[in-house]
Design a protein around this ligand. Sequence first.
Ligand code: GRF
Length: 196
Amino acid sequence: RRVAILISGGGSNMLRLVEDMGRGDHPARPVLVLSNDPEAPGLAKAAALGIPTAAVDHRPFKGDRPAFEAALREKIDAARPDILCLAGFMRILTPSFIAHYAGRMLNIHPSLLPDYRGLHTHARALAAGETEHGCTVHEVTADLDAGPILGQARVPVKPGDTPATLAARVLEMEHCLYPAVLRRFAVGDRTPVRLP
Ligand code: GRF
């Protein structure tokens, strides 16, 4: 199976997915790392690993989301992926873009969905006094952060946690969860992964 990974920044989740696909027993392999930011540090990391990369800067498109997405699709479809993994990709995608990749686009979100959709999830969980937090891998559908859940990982909230310390703990689990989910999804197994 051919996997395209979309990033916006450091690409730590992308790196873990690529690393895992590099192990001999994996049913998938990376064919493209694409970013909406030409300066995304993850692009250089992917290129250093020999993975084809591309960037479509969203800024020149200003409010013209369909034109931005047409440029994305051109790069994506040229790589002929079977699966798209959004990994720290920070742009909202329109229902028509999502429909084009229906059933084969995944995203990782730093909360235990359906709780805390959207941004600033760690600060919001702390403000709400949560004792547990975590991350979710889901299929991408037209509703933001609401598609079928393919995996979840839980972490404890610790006394004195700040959004940064909690985010770091969650990110560590993202790096375990996403590769585990992709291994199953790549062979058509949608049994949710539950960690720990
Ligand atoms: C992190 O906040 C992570 O929780 C979310 O995307 C952001 C960047 O991740 N999934 P990455 O290091 O670019 O994968």
